[in-house]
Ligand binder design. Structure first.
Ligand SMILES: Nc1ncnc2c1ncn2[C@@H]1O[C@H](COP(=O)(O)OP(=O)(O)OP(=O)(O)O)[C@@H](O)[C@H]1O
Ligand SMILES: [Mg+2]
Length: 269
């Protein structure tokens, strides 16, 4: 074995596998407001990348670009080696049609701050909706899978509960199970615990930790620095629409190089 094959405890996560997400000079503006000003970022397959930064720095916008919910204005964005939103033929880029975008979006699970469960459906019905309607999965098989997923997120006994009968943390775990039901290659989390009462945060983070350990590639926008430190392979600090600093979470958290990172961390740690 040569030395460059030795993997050094997460610090070289970028080198661990092919890039699941690759951003090169990604720009995004809303009218005159330039929100992303050239994001460069690489997330390897199996990596957990935690994204932090002040309000308005563009974190949610960047996740929405990865998930094809926003179109970028310049740069290149790849998921699993494919350009997001475009097909490249020679030197030319062709915009994908809506149904092609929808098909690609299926490979990416997204969990938001507010649990967007369908209120008129039980936990199981929420989970089987997309596999049955979008993928044409057999309903009995989808239900069986939904029960497995509910067990995985610690909610085996809540299969028939409606969202209004569940706590925020339980709803969020159903939302994670629902995303997993589509067998995503990549999971995006946008502040999944920040709307929760403090005592409910831990159960959701535990589910996310298990998911990370199972090898899922994850990008997690979070204020939970403990989670970032323990579970993250990389930590990215964004400010003003650019990546200011990134590296191993322990390194960035204990020894931030940039003044802006230091100032942000002094407020949140
Ligand atoms: N659809 C939109 N139209 C116009 N401006 C938008 C839109 N979405 C976001 N913005 C603006 O883009 C900027 C970045 O927003 P974004 O939601 O990405 O920030 P964020 O880092 O996720 O912040 P927070 O920590 O508060 O969630 C903000 O100034 C916001 O007002
Ligand atoms: Mg946000």
């Amino acid at each position: 074995m040569t030395t460059d094959m030795i993997k050094d405890d997460g610090a070289s996560a970028e080198a661990a596998g092919p890039a699941m997400v690759k951003a090169e000079g990604v720009h995004k503006a809303f009218g005159n407001l330039e929100v992303l000003k050239g994001i460069d970022l690489e997330v390897a397959s199996g990596e957990v990348c935690c994204l932090i930064g002040p309000s308005g720095s563009g974190k949610s916008t960047f996740l929405r670009c990865i998930n094809h919910l926003e179109k970028i204005n310049a740069g290149r964005l790849y998921v699993a080696g494919d350009l997001v939103g475009y097909r490249q033929q020679g030197e030319k880029l062709y915009e994908l049609r809506d149904h092609e975008v929808a098909r690609k979006r299926r490979d990416i699970g997204m969990v938001f701050q507010r649990f967007n469960l369908f209120p008129h459906m039980t936990a199981v019905e929420n989970i089987i909706e997309a596999p049955v309607q979008v993928k044409g999965m057999n309903k009995a098989a989808a239900r069986e899978r939904a029960h497995e997923l509910l067990t995985r997120v610690g909610l085996a006994d809540k299969a028939s509960s409606y969202p209004s009968q569940l706590s925020g943390g339980q709803q969020q775990r159903v939302a994670i199970a629902r995303a997993l039901a589509m067998d995503p290659k990549l999971m995006l989390f946008d502040e999944p615990t920040s709307a929760l009462d403090p005592e409910l945060v831990g159960d959701v983070l535990d589910v996310m930790r298990d998911l990370a350990e199972s090898g899922m590639t994850m990008i997690v926008v979070t204020h939970e620095m403990g989670f970032a430190r323990e579970v993250g392979d990389s930590l990215v600090f964004m400010d003003g629409g650019v990546v200011v600093e990134s590296g191993h979470p322990r390194e960035v958290l204990t020894n931030p190089h940039h003044e802006r990172t230091q100032s942000f961390l002094s407020k949140v740690l």
